[in-house]
Design a protein around this ligand. Structure first.
Ligand code: ADP
Length: 490
């Protein structure tokens, strides 16, 4: 009898549950928008209780339509930090979201003290508020009594996956997976252990930390999804790594790039742990029982969010897809450059002080040029990442598997192929993130055999191949880099 797998996909803007059948086809979706709070400039928080409630409700709703659900996979927004009381399950503070910049000064100090080299060697990351460690320390230092309770072993830390698991299992399991652990700044990706030196440096008690498991481990059992029935949780990965698995990028040199609110590109580097000289981070891609595989990752904070901004803040169009019609209504952007550095610049520049700008405006500029420039910016930003990846890994990138809401925009995909000079492949199932967690859970439960079993299920929907020559791309790239130079803070 055919089986189904329930994937819980807890993202920054929404919590979702998707039911997949064994071929990877979608059989049901339930989704709930999640609020973000901005209590001060640069602070971004969420209610951790809503994260659990919404995800559980979506899971239950979709499971009602299910048939022979065998197991659950979890994937999640990464780095977002929750500290809770192990007796009550109550968070001691809101979830501090990955976008939060409140620890920028701490990071600056740690850099000035010369800690970055060691941290990068151990974790593959850089010192930036984006990652969890300084957020945990902030909670311990700013919530009344928190540090004392943490020292006594009463408080637990977890990223969103871990907090969900803890609640799904009624507090029985305090565990995370190796990919989520690798985004905390506390996990040594060379020996795959929490790192004592880093715990000391960030002043975080080890007793707070979850047990780290491979992505296809048995994470626990839950009664909370289907009344009276228990389901195992046998797959877990952070969203970008999960998408890498969902896109079946199992070979060294394969790249996936996701275009949602932000853009995240990962290249599988196999067993190699290259250290980036070009502003990217090295991270654990997955471990499905044969030891860890690694990836080099580039994160751009604003991708689809730029389209949202044109829609909501400037009112240039009513719906995101209209950006494509507008872009195609003009021959080119008339040299307009849109650098969407609304929350600073991520990889490869890492400039939190950069501000967004629309440049080269003239009297002829219309909303069509600006919309086109916003879509072209996705291609330019990706060019920067892919160029850095090629430099860091020495691998030649000829194809990219792309997904996320923005790939519905064919103009964006074609521009991407043109500027990156690579083939852009769009899969039939665009929900790569949720699908990856389902595949991991299926592997963990023994429903799938191996990587090949998954790779055989990946189906191409369409490809975009470069249509303009490298020479013609270069002028645009020069203008882009000039525009980036003008918005940088340093
Ligand atoms: P997330 O998972 O980060 O919430 P999604 O993958 O759902 O994001 O993608 C949503 C983003 O994609 C939004 O920012 C939206 O503006 C953008 N988007 C969706 N469809 C289109 C389109 N046809 N053209 C341009 N942008 C789009």
């Amino acid at each position: 009898m055919s089986f189904q797998i329930l994937s819980l996909d807890q993202g920054t803007t929404s919590s979702r549950a998707i039911l997949f059948d064994e071929s990877g086809a979608i059989k049901g979706i339930s989704q709930k928008e999640l609020s973000l709070f901005y209590p001060h400039k640069g602070w971004v928080e969420q209610d951790a209780r809503d994260i659990v409630e919404d995800t559980l409700n979506c899971g239950r709703e979709v499971a009602l339509k299910g048939n022979n659900i065998k197991t659950i996979g979890i994937t999640n927004q990464r780095e977002t930090t929750i500290v809770w009381n192990k007796d009550t399950g109550e968070p001691v503070y809101n979830a501090i979201v990955w976008q939060d910049r409140r620890t920028a000064e701490t990071c600056k100090r740690l850099k000035a003290e010369g800690h970055e080299k060691l941290i990068t060697e151990k974790t593959g990351l850089i010192i930036d508020p984006y990652f969890s460690a300084t957020k945990i320390a902030w909670i311990l230092d700013n919530v009344d009594g928190a540090r004392e309770e943490a020292e006594k072993g009463i408080l637990l830390f977890g990223t969103v996956d871990c907090f969900l698991l803890w609640h799904l299992t009624d507090g029985r399991e305090h565990a995370t997976d190796i990919t989520n652990a690798s985004r905390t700044l506390l996990y040594n990706i060379q020996n795959c252990e929490w790192d004592e030196d880093l715990l000391k440096l960030f002043n975080i008690p080890k007793t707070m930390l979850p047990k780290v498991k491979i992505n296809t481990a048995h994470f626990g059992e839950t009664y909370k999804i289907i009344d009276g029935e228990t389901l195992p949780i046998t797959g877990m990965a952070g969203d970008q790594q999960s998408a890498l698995v969902g896109q079946a990028c199992f070979e060294k040199g394969m790249v996936k790039s996701t275009y949602g609110t932000g853009c995240f590109a990962l290249i599988n580097t196999g067993k190699d742990i290259p250290s980036s000289e070009n502003g990217l981070v090295t991270t654990i891609a997955y471990d499905i029982g044969q030891g860890p595989k690694y990836a080099v990752e580039g994160s751009i904070f604003v991708a689809g969010a730029a389209i949202q901004w044109l829609r909501d803040n400037l009112g240039l169009f009513g719906e995101a897809p209209e950006s494509e019609t507008l872009a195609l209504s003009v021959e080119d952007s008339n040299e307009v450059m849109f650098v969407p550095a609304f929350t600073g610049l991520g990889a490869p520049y890492w400039d939190p002080g950069a501000k967004a700008a629309i440049l080269n405006l003239t009297r002829e500029t219309t909303k069509a040029h600006i919309s086109r420039a916003a879509l072209e910016a996705q291609a330019y930003q990706t060019y920067d990442l892919i160029h850095a990846m090629q430099q860091d890994t020495g691998l030649d990138i000829k194809a990219i598997r792309a997904d996320g809401g923005l790939v519905a925009n064919s103009f964006m995909c074609q521009t991407l192929a043109d500027f990156v000079q690579a083939q852009i492949d769009i899969p039939e199932i665009s929900e790569s993130t949720a699908l990856g967690a389902a595949y991991l859970a299926g592997l963990g439960a023994g429903l799938y055999k191996d990587e090949k079993d998954i790779a055989d299920r990946w189906k191409l929907e369409k490809s975009f191949v470069p249509q303009i020559s490298k020479e013609n791309v270069e002028k645009g790239l020069r203008q882009w880099h000039d525009a980036v130079g003008r918005v940088r803070s340093k």
